[in-house]
Ligand binder design. Structure first.
Ligand code: IMP
Ligand code: MG
Length: 174
């Protein structure tokens, strides 16, 4: 068995600049307001931790964990959450924070769930927008980087639970 190869994609500095820019844009869009950021576990934990520290507006934070669901449809209550939202989001402006958007199926279900809880608005912030396998045309309001394809690890992103701790982002070639 050969060792997996890690090809650098985003350096620490590039990630830092991207997160700063996202924080500045979001703070400006929601100026005079406040926002509830909901991170999608587990992949978003590092990105979310850095992003909230770049905001100059009041922010409440929570996390959600969508557990694996058979055929990935949100209808007929097939989505289950192993961690739901604890805080009250009725009439709040919510931003869902994702590490990477791939097919878009996870997010579509999460948006539906957050709306059903009475949020005033729901926007999406993703560190990486991966386009090749997109199945649902969702609007990513705040996207850090776009890539065409590849499997990325590091900065929260995993392959079979490994590599989340890497401070940079790599393309994993098995
Ligand atoms: P989607 O429902 O296909 O958009 O799934 C998105 C989720 O799949 C992300 O939140 C990640 O947890 C995982 N994922 C998709 N692409 C990658 C990748 O390149 N590296 C690591 N995780 C990924
Ligand atoms: Mg994820």
């Amino acid at each position: 068995m050969s060792m997996p190869e890690l090809i650098p994609v985003l350096s620490k500095n590039e990630i830092k600049k991207t997160v700063q820019n996202l924080g500045t844009t979001i703070s400006s869009d929601y100026r005079n307001g406040q926002v509830v950021m909901i991170g999608v576990l587990k992949g978003a934990f590092i990105f979310m931790a850095d992003l909230v520290r770049q905001l100059s507006i009041p922010v409440q934070t929570d996390f959600i964990c969508a557990s694996s669901y058979g055929n990935k449809t949100c209808s007929s209550g097939k989505v289950s959450f192993s961690k739901k939202i604890d805080i009250d989001i009725v009439d709040k402006d919510v931003i869902l924070v994702e590490d990477i958007v791939d097919t878009g199926l996870t997010l579509v279900c999460l948006i539906e769930y957050v709306k059903s809880l009475g949020a005033k608005s729901v926007k999406i912030c993703a560190l990486i927008d991966k386009q090749e396998r997109r199945e649902i045309d969702i609007e990513i309001d705040y996207a850090g980087h776009s890539i065409e394809k590849g499997f990325l690890v590091g900065y929260g992103l995993d392959y079979a639970e490994d590599y989340r701790n890497l401070p940079e982002i790599f393309n994993l070639k098995l």
